[in-house]
Design a protein around this ligand. Structure first.
Ligand SMILES: Cc1cc2nc3c(=O)[nH]c(=O)nc-3n(C[C@H](O)[C@H](O)[C@H](O)COP(=O)(O)OP(=O)(O)OC[C@H]3O[C@@H](n4cnc5c(N)ncnc54)[C@H](O)[C@@H]3O)c2cc1C
Length: 416
């Protein structure tokens, strides 16, 4: 039995590795190298993450075991404590902001008071027509209006009231009134989903990615343009000549229906309605900082996030990546970077293709239309951040790969 995997990002590589003990697999990849959006480029002697800055951790022991026992052993990583701040009114506030009321009180007493009053009075009835509503009901009006709404408008490029809250669970620490109160009286706050994280000792994420790809059958420079099912032979053919029993696609869900032979017009229409954002990043030489991330909600700062990538390395180096949603020019990045004396010299620049899927009003209906259609087809599965059209980090891509590999193994066993 031969399985064709479309795309050699974290998802394609993980599922390929998990299936290769029982099946013949081939991974088809458009780029001359594996790793997808998590891959780094070496620039100026450091690893630049053209699409964001990638660190690894997981709450799922199975994922940690897979990575540390089968891919790159734990002694080849170092662990870094997350030290994230929010830049607001030229002050730095610890992340998550709802546990930093005491810090806020030092520079703006009224702001701190408003946060506490609104947080404790927020009426969370469990009904969230849109993302703005979700923030207001979870965090109260002050935190929503001063931080969550402007920050989210920047990262999604659209007002939160035009979005769904579907992606939020697991992505943000969600305090309840008790944990908020405990933080006010100085009890230790709940841990963030990723309060610390791992980065390879080589100071380059590619060490992990290369270890994941090791020994896999990958065909590079292969641009998938056509995927066709033959109902007589019950086999799939890719680009007219590669034949498989099963297909796993990590290609974006808005693209896949367009390359499957004979997809119905309503499926193509649903694919056209799926929205995603690109990100533009720039690597900079910087002044020193002990932060790992700085989040910037205010509109007058062009960037929404600084990833202090130099602090992912051990020993650390003075490099940071600035990130903006959408396609920005190199000149815009440099001109806006000049406004911040922390950023000393631009070193590298990139504009991504898919970076963030947008959870807008069409998200639920269009993803279901396409996924229902794919379910009706035989032996084709979707996987990954863009394959499933989700807000997955690498660990969730691996978790989903483990689940899919086990599903395929048990369904093949049953059929025998
Ligand atoms: C800004 C940003 C920061 C992030 N930071 C983190 C982080 O710190 N930690 C973390 O765990 N995760 C992070 N992530 C998420 C992480 O990048 C993804 O979860 C993961 O890399 C997705 O892998 P994937 O294989 O599903 O998708 P992809 O990486 O997109 O892989 C899909 C592959 O398919 C290939 N492909 C596409 N079309 C074709 C075609 N027609 N023919 C052939 N090949 C094709 C692509 O070239 C690519 O290699 C971040 C994401 C972003 C955008």
């Amino acid at each position: 039995m031969k399985i064709g995997i479309l795309g050699a990002g974290i998802s394609g590589l993980s599922v390929g590795r998990l299936l290769s003990d029982q099946f013949e697999i081939e991974i088809l990849e458009r780029q001359p190298i594996h790793g997808g959006i998590a891959r780094t480029k070496e620039v100026d002697g450091v690893a630049y993450h053209p699409v964001g800055g990638h660190c690894f951790n997981s709450k799922n022991q199975e994922v940690l075991d897979f990575v540390f026992n089968n891919v790159l052993s734990k002694d080849k990583w170092h662990n870094i404590t997350r030290n994230a701040v929010i830049k607001y009114q030229n002050e730095e506030i610890s992340y998550p902001i709802e546990f930093a009321v005491k810090e806020i009180h030092h520079f703006d007493e009224q702001f701190a008071l408003d946060i506490v009053r609104d947080f404790l009075n927020a009426d969370d009835d469990g009904v969230y027509p849109n993302l703005e509503d979700w923030f207001r009901k979870k965090f109260g009006n002050t935190l929503s209006e001063k931080y969550f709404l402007p920050y989210n408008e920047k990262i999604w490029n659209r007002p939160p009231r035009e979005m769904s809250h579907a992606w939020v669970e697991g992505k943000l620490p969600i305090p309840n009134k008790k944990s908020f109160f405990n933080s006010l009286i100085g009890k230790e706050a709940d841990k963030m989903p990723h309060s610390s994280f791992f980065y390879p000792d080589t100071n380059n994420q590619n060490t992990f990615i290369d270890a994941l790809a090791e020994g896999l059958n990958i065909t590079y420079n292969f641009d998938i343009k056509d995927v066709k099912f033959d109902s007589e032979t019950k086999k799939w053919t890719v680009n007219g000549d590669k034949v498989y029993d099963i297909i796993i696609s990590t290609l974006p869900l808005n693209v896949l229906p367009k390359i499957i032979d004979n997809a119905k017009p309503e499926i193509l229409a649903a694919a056209d309605k799926l929205r995603y954002n690109k990100v533009t990043t720039m690597l900079w030489k910087t002044q020193g900082t002990d932060r790992t991330w700085t989040y910037v909600p205010e509109k007058d700062n062009f960037f929404h996030r600084y990833i202090h990538i130099g602090n992912f390395y051990a020993p650390s180096k003075n490099y940071s990546i600035t990130e903006v949603v959408g396609h920005k020019t190199q000149e815009e990045m440099i001109e806006n970077g000049k406004k911040d004396s922390f950023l000393i010299e631009p070193v590298a620049y990139n504009v991504s293709e898919h970076a963030y899927v947008v959870f807008d009003e069409n998200y639920d209906s269009c993803t279901s239309t396409i996924k229902d259609y794919l379910e009706e087809l035989t032996n084709i599965y979707t996987l990954g951040r863009f394959g499933e059209w989700q807000y997955y980090n690498m660990d969730i891509c691996i978790e989903k790969s483990i689940a899919l590999a086990s599903k395929i193994k048990s369904s093949v066993k049953k059929a025998l």
